[in-house]
Design a protein around this ligand. Sequence first.
Ligand code: PYC
Length: 309
Amino acid sequence: MKVIDSHTEGEPTRVIMEGGPDLGSGPLSERLKRFQSDFDAVRSFAVNEPRGYDALVGALLCEPHDPSCAAGVIFFNNGGYLGMCGHGTIGLAVTLHHMGRIGLGLHRFDTPVGIVSVNLLSAHEVQIENVASYRTREKITVDVKGLGPVTGDVAYGGNWFFLVQNSPFALDMKNINALTHAAQAVSDALAEHGITGTAGEPVDHIEFFGPPVAADAHSRNYVLCSGGAYDRSPCGTGTSAKLACLAADGAWPPEQDWVQESIIGSRFIARYRLDAQGAVIASIRGRAFIVSEANLYRNPLDPLADGLR
Ligand code: PYC
């Protein structure tokens, strides 16, 4: 399998360029189901140890279903599959440019949850326009083991998020283990209380917010991803969900930059517009850099041929 690794504001993406599973044709949402049911070992092979690590997000490059798109993509991680991935889309755009497959300017990518627009501003800087984001529940309180009552919003930004305005710990890397344990406990509590997305999807990304460190930023976050690793970037789909909450609260106007800092201090510049139906369409701008190109090998004699699951 040929892969190209990059990082987007610190968060890694591994694009499968060759040697991925043949998922056939049809909408990306159907091909994701085929990936899940028939080729899940390939997901584990590509991102889990010993070839990968927990924070790594995989991106299977596919033929798009919609002919207006430059590429199709299915994102996945150490634990399963993602609807969309903001940092991964930025990483994919920079990777395709690195390979000479797309030029600077506007492109469309087909994903399992819809089409996203990509504006490749330079070899490293990309602005994406996400699928519609929305909040479904406001200020709900769950009792969390070890933390007590925790209040947050449920919102969608391409994945499902629980957004907690007041982080239980200061948003500092020295608290990374405490933040991760707390976010995992919140995730467990949501599952126990049956709090899901609109079609019963798990709310499997948890965001804690607090004041920014940089004077020109608006907020800092910590994001727990569905596989249990924390996002080194501010999370593109999580920042989209945040904008949906700000818009619903009337707390941030359309077409104005919102600077979202991550737990490591990297940032996305985000903004939103309202479409003809009044839906929040978030744009996320960030930078990605290629870090390696590699061939991954699978030996059937290897007890970890399909990765450490
Ligand atoms: O940037 O949307 C994102 C993302 C999701 C999971 C990790 N990063």
